[in-house]
Write a new protein. Structure first.
Length: 257
């Protein structure tokens, strides 16, 4: 074999090996949390569902405006996390602050900014507990300021989290959950949807009629815009309304990559 042939063959082998190496590198996905909680429960929930991916987690609450704008531009997905009450002035009921617990005006502003970005880019977005509520408020919906006064006390236990039953009222096609299915969920909230926001639809309800699952009616423009009033990240492996939700969120992200 001539020297030029040896050099060409060696270079080709190196190139193919390099391509193979690149193809085996794990995909890194940047996920924005509207506010990171101390338990890291959302991160652990998503990471255990797909260990082949590299995850980069961003706490939006800790960023200034320019940093948040930069992170939104490179985000693969967004999780609107649980937390304190939304100021009722955001949905035209400022007098109801007396019926609220802790309120965080800065967080309200940050989360509305995030959802405005989602509206413009259709980035996959999952809302959990408060996350569902802010999705509804952003769509001009309203909230019950204190559910025990208007519906029931099933949504929060005396020590915090509790378990109650919900029913699926609409099949989504995102995961193997059918209309009429029921399951127990982990719940810890005292507020919830009163008037449903514009261009949203309900796909799950609790025993007292509270909207427990919402999504955008325009599923073409918003392939994954899903809110749940319960905490899938706090539920055990294999639960009908836990893992499939996280898996469908990951799948939606990968389809948009």
């Amino acid at each position: 074999m001539k020297l030029t042939q040896v050099i060409y063959f060696s270079g080709l082998c190196w190139f193919l090996a390099s391509c193979n190496y690149l193809n085996t590198e794990p995909t890194t996905l940047s996920i924005i949390l509207s506010k990171q909680n101390s338990s890291n429960s959302c991160q652990e929930f998503i990471e255990r569902l797909d260990t082949t991916l590299e995850w980069r987690w961003v706490d939006a609450y800790s960023l200034n405006d320019s940093e948040l704008e930069h992170e939104l531009q490179i985000a693969s997905g967004i999780i609107m996390t649980g937390g304190v009450d939304i100021h009722p002035g955001e949905y035209g009921s400022a007098a109801d602050t007396i019926r609220c617990g802790t309120i965080d005006l800065f967080r309200d502003r940050v989360e509305i900014q995030i959802l405005e970005f989602v509206d413009s880019t259709k980035t996959p977005c999952l809302g959990v507990c408060r996350g569902l509520q802010i999705m509804n408020v952003h769509a001009s919906g309203t909230l019950h300021p204190h559910l025990p006064d208007t519906l029931s006390e099933i949504h929060r236990g005396s020590d915090g989290a509790t378990i109650h039953r919900i029913e699926i009222t609409k099949s989504l096609g995102l995961f193997p959950i059918a209309k009429g299915d029921t399951a127990n969920v982990v719940s810890n909230h005292h507020q919830g949807i009163s008037r449903l926001g514009d261009k949203l639809e309900v796909w799950a309800v609790s025993e007292d009629g509270l909207a427990e699952g919402i999504r955008r009616t325009d599923t073409v423009s918003y392939p994954f815009y899903l809110g749940v009033q319960w905490h899938p990240e706090r539920m055990g492996k294999g639960n009908l309304l836990s893992d499939p939700i996280g898996i469908s969120f990951i799948e939606a992200i990968l389809k948009t990559k």
